[in-house]
Write a protein that binds this ligand. Structure first.
Ligand SMILES: Cc1cc2nc3c(=O)[nH]c(=O)nc-3n(C[C@H](O)[C@H](O)[C@H](O)COP(=O)(O)OP(=O)(O)OC[C@H]3O[C@@H](n4cnc5c(N)ncnc54)[C@H](O)[C@@H]3O)c2cc1C
Length: 441
């Protein structure tokens, strides 16, 4: 009989949200999961599955039953012919990447971190960049989930198709994801080229940049015109060591953390810091070659608050210029660098921020130097207003102030998702306060 632990404290990566579940379970089999859900039903408890705990919101928090699938983390099957891998839902992508490498395979795209679970990244619609690439859930071709009554459903484009399009971005609200099959590619190396530019140049030549590089993104340094362009492209070149490159960044970021902490007493330093760090770390040209997953991911050295809305791609210039103009007209408000701008192909996943439209993600950030919160409400509100005005949809894992009413307007299939959820979980076993805000109230 699987036992739950008392006294466990869950904290997300950025240490911005935490909760103390009444019981914390680490099942090692499907039968264990079924028993936990039976216990939850008998005692009317709610259940939350946690992955890598990287979501910068309270989406994974609960005071009732918490399940970690860290013991259900095996690779179940590698189909080399179809280049597909089936895994248990708790496997971290960093471990999956190593396994795939052994079989000459790789995922076609990854977010910035890989210490996240295979089911966790599709819980919130993790994305990277590349206009020919969808968000990470588009790489999932089938999955199985256990519903609140303990039934296991297999879903794909041909079986339980509606549930599949809901479950590929599930918010943890449909049941316990047990297994997933990811479509992979032959393993590949990436050549990364970084170089400086200006906001005007990049916005005027967006199409050019998107065609020029498979995984194009750029970083804008608020309060300045400075931009860092990042191209990542497939290559046959040998791997180039990146250690000196990494350490110059690591040292720079530690200096940055200290100076940002100083700027909490003197906010007017922030625009100067944005310029200084651009000059110190981002104004030269850098190149490196590495295994795809090592180039996609990078060390996010210290904690931060983030918002990351997806907007129609043709609104990119308008939205960024509005944000720049607002910051210029409101000098009392300061914004940390970078604003990271990424591009993603549209898809048919019901709650995907890229549902039926090619999109631009605009990620804004306020660091927490040494864990200290920096005022951000005015910046956050101005950004949200601009994002809403241009038809934006917020990243499900990150900060936003939207409720069900907003999502009904943003998502043509929002009601369809809700009715699927209500059928699979009529008693709301998998709800928590975050989900009540976005799905119910
Ligand atoms: C440093 C950092 C960098 C990041 N970079 C990016 C980025 O580049 N792009 C991007 O889009 N996002 C990014 N994120 C956000 C991150 O990718 C998402 O929050 C992702 O969902 C985290 O995965 P996780 O495994 O930690 O999930 P968690 O945060 O643990 O959970 C996410 C959701 O999935 C649910 N869940 C997890 N496993 C299961 C399961 N087996 N069954 C049912 N529900 C489940 C949880 O209940 C929750 O609702 C970043 C976050 C951090 C902290």
């Amino acid at each position: 009989m699987v036992q739950g632990k008392a006294g466990y404290r869950f904290q997300n990566w950025a240490q911005t949200y935490s909760s103390c579940p009444e019981k914390y379970f680490q099942p090692s089999s499907v039968e264990d999961v079924r028993q936990i859900l039976a216990m939850a039903r008998q005692s009317s408890k709610r259940v939350k599955v946690v992955g890598g705990g990287h979501s910068p919101s309270d989406i994974a928090c609960t005071d009732e039953f918490m399940i970690s699938l860290d013991k259900m983390n095996r690779v179940l099957e590698v189909n080399k012919e179809e280049r597909r891998v089936t895994v248990e839902a708790g496997i971290f992508l960093c471990d999956l990447n190593e396994e795939l490498t052994k079989h000459g395979l790789a995922l076609s795209n990854l977010g910035a971190v890989a210490e996240v679970a295979a089911a966790g990244v599709i819980g919130t619609g993790t994305h990277n960049t590349g206009i020919d690439h969808g968000i990470l859930p588009t790489q999932v071709v089938s999955l199985s989930l256990m519903t609140a009554v303990g039934e296991v459903l297999h879903c794909s484009d041909s079986v339980n198709q509606d549930i599949f399009q809901a479950a590929r971005l599930h918010l943890g609200s449909l049941g316990v994801i047990l297994t997933l099959t990811y479509q992979c590619q032959p393993a590949f190396r990436l050549h990364e080229r970084q170089f400086p530019s200006t906001l005007t140049e990049v916005l005027d030549n967006l199409d050019f940049h998107m065609k020029k590089s498979e995984y194009f993104r750029f970083l804008w340094f608020p309060h300045t015109e400075n931009v860092r362009v990042i191209y990542q492209d497939r290559t046959d070149k040998p791997i180039q060591s990146t250690s000196s490159w990494f350490w110059s960044y690591a040292v720079g970021y530690h200096l940055l953390q200290f100076l940002l902490w100083v700027s909490t007493f003197l906010p007017s330093l922030v625009p100067w810091l944005n310029s200084l760090f651009f000059k110190l770390l981002f104004s030269g040209r850098e190149e490196r070659v590495g295994r795809s997953d090592t180039i996609f991911t990078y060390e996010c050295l210290f904690q931060q608050h983030v918002q990351d809305w997806s907007i129609p791609i043709d609104k990119t210039k308008e939205a960024l210029l509005q944000l720049k103009a607002w910051l210029e007209s409101t000098p009392a408000v300061v914004a940390h660098f970078p604003v990271e701008v990424r591009f993603t192909r549209g898809d048919d996943i019901l709650l995907s921020p890229c549902f039926q439209r090619d999109s631009t993600y605009m990620n804004i950030i306020m660091y927490r130097p040494y864990g200290k919160d920096v005022p951000r409400q005015q910046y956050w509100a101005a950004y949200e207003t601009i994002m809403k005005r241009v038809g934006g949809r917020p990243h499900w894992a990150k900060a936003h102030n939207c409720t069900r009413k907003d999502f009904e307007e943003m998502y043509p299939s929002f009601k369809k998702f809700c009715s699927i959820r209500e059928k699979l979980d009529p008693a709301g076993m998998f709800l928590n306060s975050y989900l009540e805000k976005v799905l119910i109230s």
